[in-house]
Design a protein around this ligand. Sequence first.
Ligand SMILES: [Zn+2]
Length: 575
Amino acid sequence: MTESFVVSARKYRPSTFNSVVGQSHITDTLKKAVLSNHLAQAYLFTGPRGVGKTTCARILAKAINCEKLEKDGEPCDACNSCKTFRENRSMNIFELDAASNNSVEDIRALVDQIRFSPQAGKYKTYIIDEVHMLSTQAFNAFLKTLEEPPPYAIFILATTEKHKIIPTILSRCQINDFNRIQVKDIVSYLQYISEQENIRSEETALHIIAQKADGALRDALTIFDRIVGFTQDEVTYDFVVKNLNIIDYDYFFKAIELIHDRNIAEILLVFDELLNKGFDGQHFLMGLSEHIRNLLISKLPKTDILLDVPETVKNRFAETAKDLNKSFILSALNILNQFNISYKESKNQRLHTELALIKLCHIQDAIDLAQTFNDQKKKAEVDKKETTKPGLSKDIEHKEKKAIDESPKKKNNFSKFRDLQSVKQQVKEEESQEKKVLTETSQETAEKNKKNTIDQRRFIELLNKYLEDEIKDKMISLYNSMIENKPKFPDEFSVLFEFENASLEERFNKGMGKFTDFMNKHEIENFQIQTTTREISREEQSKYLVSPAEKLKHLRGKNPELEQLEKKLGLSAEE
Ligand SMILES: [Zn+2]
């Protein structure tokens, strides 16, 4: 088994366009060209190493000489010509590896052959691998032939470094860009070979091989061969991890957990363990970087195709990613990137790595701190917004609303204010704070308040008219009292009436709705009426009567539901 299997790289080298892995955009075009006989005289195949450039060149050479071409443009792989190709004895294919044969003599030897037309078949194919390695002289010698090629000659130039090809050559070639082969394509190809060869392969193991091959199928096949060479007929994850000098996924998952838990001691021990196993700091942290990148991908929607991990591990990534926020991930990637940049220059690479690990353990602290700071800032902003309005903080509103909810049905404002007195003690503190903020109001708020300010002169004018027209004839004692005691304006939106006794106050309150309507009709709208009697200390009265009244007025404007509530409970004097 061992002996026969070491050849899988060659054995499973694709012999038809359809079996080329991951390059269908190129093989489809080539098949069409073969079928329609629209061949270019020169092709340039570019792309990373080991992705099928030379393989495709050989299949093309075979196809254009095939005697019984398949309907879809594939070589039949059975005719005489195909047979000679398969057995490596065709006279119509010439390969030059410019990496080792790059002198002008090598090119001349090749060019000399071109003069002879094919003895069998239609085309002679010249494949020059690593064409960018040709010396300048060799390039020039070749250019002549490329400018005037005989019709039976097809050139296929292959290179991993397209930018090194001079424009005069580029312009004469049809250019085909080969892809890096995706991990999943390599994995499924290795799975296919495993099935064909009765090899028990673990998907996770094939994934590791594919990743190690870095997009090159040829490398993947070589690694696969090597592993099978050791283990006979199985490819296990454990064996592959050990033999390819790969750090196990488990290490990374564990590392992330420790970092997230800020467990500096444990993460340093993990690193020590890896050092003892022969890995260095860069190997570990660059692997961790890749791992975190995968976690980020797992968090994003619709990025599944970017996640090159085995199906069996995908869930684990998704689960772990749930617990990490993006700030954590991005900060970690940033730290790891910085680590990598300065790794080579650092004199003590172990310490350098340990510092990076410690930094990683501090990310969560930084995030928590930023969060706390933001919360405080937000809270401060909200508080400011609420208190700078000529209203109240939510808290006070809530308490007042509650008080109203709980108050028994009363028919006038006065009673309502009285009920609100119970709120007074609760809100006293907030109030004083609030007043402070009010005095520090912004210009905007000041501007707004200006509109609300009562035009005092006009108010008195209208009051006198009202007293004359509506009160004088009906309630002379009230009239006398009110003429005697001019109202006061304790603040921008309050009017305070003083009465000699509670009876007068009550009479006024009964008719307050009408008075308010009268004032509103004359466009005096933003004011709150407070009433008091001289029987109790004026100072104390104003203290608690002023505030709830203005608050209530404000609340009504701000919260229509409150008004409905008042109506429902029969509390509103305006009814
Ligand atoms: Zn054939």
